[in-house]
Structure formats: structure tokens, C-alpha cells
Design a protein around this ligand. Structure first.
Ligand code: VGL
Ligand code: ZN
Length: 210
């Protein structure tokens, strides 16, 4: 404690803190619900907060159930590259897609929904998996004068990491708050994500440094 983060040029990005990624959800992340009290402790320190919400149509290309003969966690090749097939999760308008009700972030200003195009997944809050389609988040943050993003949420090795990497690519400083995240860790994905983030200049801190 306690760097002052209330500056107008910083923003907390809370990634996919949805029931679908909590224990009991469609794509449960071990310990996913443990991030909620950590986020609630740090959120009051940020004047600017943006959330993301994974928001898939039921016929989404990332769901194993939409590929007969395929099982969750297998991969397939799509026009934009390799795609992990996931259990059905975060279907638009369902309780699984809702943000965790105990999040105390009423002062958050924007919710970016992503993954709503049937044929394209989007781990990143900035650019969809085709690496072309923008969510509009970079332009929003730039228009508001944000220079530094602090990231937390689910999952460390997918949506948090891809968002942090794309934040760097878009010219923002990026810091991941490690204990305010939990990982899926599929085939070494967590170690790779931390290595990729370090190489891209993403900082890594714990919530007690805020
Ligand atoms: C995520 C896999 C599929 C995430 C979302 O939020 O990290 N992972 N959809
Ligand atoms: Zn998803």
C-alpha cells in the first residue's frame, strides 16, 4: 500500500468476471470466485473501470458441442488459425453470462461485450481472434486519455493475457494484478502466457502493491 492510482490516465480492466468462469459455470476456472473480494478491495482506488463480458451466441464456433464428434479442449483449425473448443459458456442473456453479483464496481463506466460474432472467438478485449476485427476499446481508452491499464479477471492465460498483449500492441502500459486473476492452464498455457507478457513489457504485480 499505496500507490495512488486514481489518476485520470489509468484504468482498471476487469476481464470476464462472469459466472460462466466461476466454479459451477459452463467453463469453470479453479478458484475463479476468489478474485471477487480481491477486486472489491482494489476497485475503489481506480477512478476509471472498464469490464469485459464474454458474450457468445448459442451456435458459437468456439463451442465443442457445435462440432459433432469433437470434445471440449480439443483444437480445430479455422480460417484465422487454431481454435480451442470449449464447453458451452457465457451464452448471451443467460445467468452463465452474467457478471458476478458480488462485484462492487458500480462506478465502472463501460462494459465491452466480445465473442458475439458466430464465426470468430475473441479472447482479447481489443481485437477478435481473426486479428482484424476491433472491439473499439483502444479508441475508447485513447479518447478518454487513458495511458495505463491494470488488468485482472479470468482467465489469466486466455482473456487476461490476450488483452494485456493487445494493450501493449496498442501503445498502452499494462500491468496484470496476479492475485486478482485465475488461470485455466491448458497444456502449459499459463507459463507461455506469462512469458509472452513479460516479453511484451507487461508488468506483473500483486494487489497489495495497489
Ligand atoms: C475465456 C476461453 C473461452 C476467458 C473466454 O475469459 O479467458 N477463455 N472464452
Ligand atoms: Zn468464450
Amino acid at each position: 500500500m499505496t500507490a495512488l492510482l486514481i489518476d485520470s490516465n489509468t484504468c482498471l480492466l476487469i476481464v470476464d468476471a462472469q459466472y460462466g468462469f466461476m466454479p459451477g459455470g459452463g467453463l469453470p476456472v479453479a478458484g475463479g470466485d476468489a478474485i471477487v473480494p480481491v477486486i472489491n478491495r482494489i476497485a475503489p482506488r481506480f477512478a476509471n473501470i472498464v469490464l469485459t463480458q464474454d458474450w457468445h451466441p448459442a451456435d458459437h464456433v468456439s463451442f465443442a458441442i457445435n462440432h459433432p464428434g469433437k470434445q471440449p479442449y480439443e483444437t480445430i483449425t479455422l480460417p484465422y488459425g487454431e481454435q480451442v473448443l470449449w464447453p458451452k459458456h457465457c451464452v448471451q442473456g443467460t445467468p452463465d453470462a452474467a457478471l458476478h453479483a458480488e462485484l462492487q464496481v458500480a462506478h465502472a463506466q463501460l462494459i465491452i461485450r466480445k465473442g458475439f460474432h458466430q464465426h470468430v472467438d475473441s479472447y482479447s478485449a481489443f481485437v477478435e481472434a481473426d486479428r482484424r476485427t476491433s472491439t473499439g476499446l483502444a479508441a475508447y481508452l485513447q479518447a478518454r486519455g487513458i495511458q495505463h491499464l491494470y488488468l485482472c479477471g479470468l482467465a489469466t492465460d486466455y482473456c487476461v493475457a490476450w488483452s494485456a498483449l493487445d494493450a501493449r500492441a496498442a501503445g498502452f502500459e499494462a500491468t496484470v494484478i496476479e492475485d486478482a486473476c485465475r488461470a485455466i492452464d491448458l497444456n502449459g498455457s499459463l507459463a507461455k502466457a506469462w512469458a509472452d507478457m513479460a516479453a511484451a513489457g507487461v508488468e506483473r504485480i500483486t494487489s497489495d502493491q495497489i
